[in-house]
Design a protein around this ligand. Structure first.
Ligand code: PLP
Length: 468
């Protein structure tokens, strides 16, 4: 048996690496956090003895000083195993749109659990949630359910191949569509990897199938898309994108870019797929397609749809979804449409839709106040910092100007961001290691103010390197 490859670790998903730039000394913060999170440190060591890497998803390894262990959450706050309480802006990487353990969702799941955990057969919640989706999502004439965003994306791509009879698809650099071989390509390549690849697809991690069905273009680059269609047009079944590029810098589509994608796909008989795993039910009830006013052929949902329960959906135009309805395209899964997840989704969607979706007004206004407040504090501290994205999901980056495409993000000082995130943790604010911030409907105006004061203390140049 050959030794396991270790060189692939450097290729695994990570935030874009920094260009130049240095990080401030954070020894004091590091010591302070380690002191407060001793039990997490012990658990992490113990977990590594039986659980590969000590975590259940590779991207969680990026946390500093080490991945923490948690015990409970309520509303905007989460408590770790050492009893530290944090204001949470990671929100489990996005799903917790209503915050931690919202009582009505917990009650709905508990009530369902008392009746049955799963059937592997039909029940009312399936069509009840499906009917809500077809009412709320512009492209949704029909939907089908699975358990993860990765599965929903695979179903969408398979459907596009079946409908068009073409084998390739086009994706954009920096966009993430789950961890299946077919899509795990050109996610966060370094400048060196981009140079070495010379235009060929760049796989993430070892052991992948060859990427001979993917064509990669740069986000917001019409010419690159046109060239791809000139070279491969007859073979491209679909364009897939995150309509707001949340997985790399929260980069919005440039003016006219989504309509351009709509036009070029319509005129070439290609399907347009919006991967709304993050934007769905986060930007609003109609997701990014309603927000930007562009309707794709198919769209994928997960994260906020389940409010914390494992649920995903593929939604789309009837003439395409009929291929699944008629059994010509296979869509299967033991736990698909399980009642626990659908009970969580029904309760989550009820809360989100109440009073004409008024929760979104809070989500947007508090998120925008937080986003602009953080940027102002960092800039006032003399830092080259920018934010991008929108209130419900945004990115904080240490770089001079806002990026419009993935490659520009390579100039960001991600090490400095790591220091900042560590200092925030020390101040009782939990953020993701990659610079993305999520806000929930449970975050209050006071939470935002408390967070901004913590940002002032954590900002490099403030109490940055003071040993606590
Ligand atoms: C845009 C997007 N698509 C797909 C996925 C994959 O979803 P899951 O992790 O549920 O498989 C993710 C996960 O973060 C995502 O952000």
């Amino acid at each position: 048996m050959p030794e396991p490859e270790t060189s692939n670790v450097a290729m695994l998903p990570r935030p874009p690496t920094m260009g130049a730039g240095t990080s401030s000394s954070t020894d004091g913060r590091d010591r302070s956090v380690r002191r407060k999170t001793r039990r997490s440190g012990e658990y992490y060591l113990r977990a590594q003895g039986s659980l590969a890497g000590g975590v259940s998803s590779t991207v969680r390894r990026g946390a500093r000083p080490y991945p923490l262990f948690f015990e409970r959450g309520a509303g905007s706050r989460v408590t770790d195993v050492d009893g530290n309480v944090y204001l949470d802006y990671g929100l489990a990487w996005g799903p917790l749109i209503l915050g931690h353990a919202p009582p009505e969702v917990v009650e709905a799941v508990a009530a369902q659990a008392r009746k049955a955990l799963t059937f592997g057969a039909q029940h009312e919640l399936e069509f009840e949630v499906a009917e809500r989706l077809t009412a709320l999502v512009p492209c949704a004439d029909l939907v089908c359910f699975a358990c993860s965003g990765t599965e929903a994306v695979q179903t969408a791509l398979r459907l596009a191949r079946a409908v068009t009879g073409r084998s390739k698809y086009l994706k954009f650099e920096g966009h993430y569509h789950g961890w299946d071989d077919t899509v795990l390509v050109n996610y966060h390549p370094t400048a060196d990897e981009i140079r070495a690849a010379a235009g060929r697809p760049i796989p993430v991690g070892a052991g992948q199938h060859p990427h001979d069905t993917v064509v990669v273009a740069e986000w917001n680059d019409r010419v690159a898309v046109e060239k791809a269609f000139e070279a491969h047009g007859q073979e491209i079944s679909a364009i897939i994108c995150e309509p707001l590029l949340c997985n790399s810098g929260c980069l919005p589509p440039s003016d006219g870019f989504l309509p351009f994608l709509r036009d070029i796909t319509s005129s070439t008989g290609t399907l347009l797929i919006f991967d709304e795993v993050i934007t769905g039910f986060r930007l609003g009830l109609g997701g990014a397609q309603a927000h930007y006013g562009v309707t794709p052929d198919l769209a994928t949902y997960a994260k906020a749809l389940g409010g914390g329960a494992p649920l995903s959906a593929l939604a789309g135009r009837r003439d395409f979804m009929d291929w699944i309805a008629g059994g010509r395209v296979l869509h299967a899964g033991t736990l698909n449409g399980n009642p626990l997840s659908l009970a969580a989704a029904a309760a989550t969607l009820d809360a989100l839709a109440r009073n004409g979706g008024e929760l979104y007004d809070h989500l947007w206004s508090r998120g925008e106040r937080l986003r602009t407040g953080i940027e102002q504090i960092l800039v006032n501290a003399g830092l080259m910092a920018v934010t991008s994205g929108v209130g419900p999901v945004f990115q904080v980056s240490f770089m001079p100007t806002r990026a419009t495409k993935y490659r520009e993000l390579l100039a960001a000082d991600t090490a400095l961001y790591g220091d900042f995130a560590l200092a925030l943790l020390d101040e009782g604010v939990l953020v993701l290691p990659d610079g993305r911030w999520y806000i929930s409907a449970a975050h209050t105006d006071e939470d935002v103010e408390v967070t901004l004061r913590a940002v002032e203390r954590a900002a490099p140049g403030g109490a940055w390197s003071s040993p606590a």
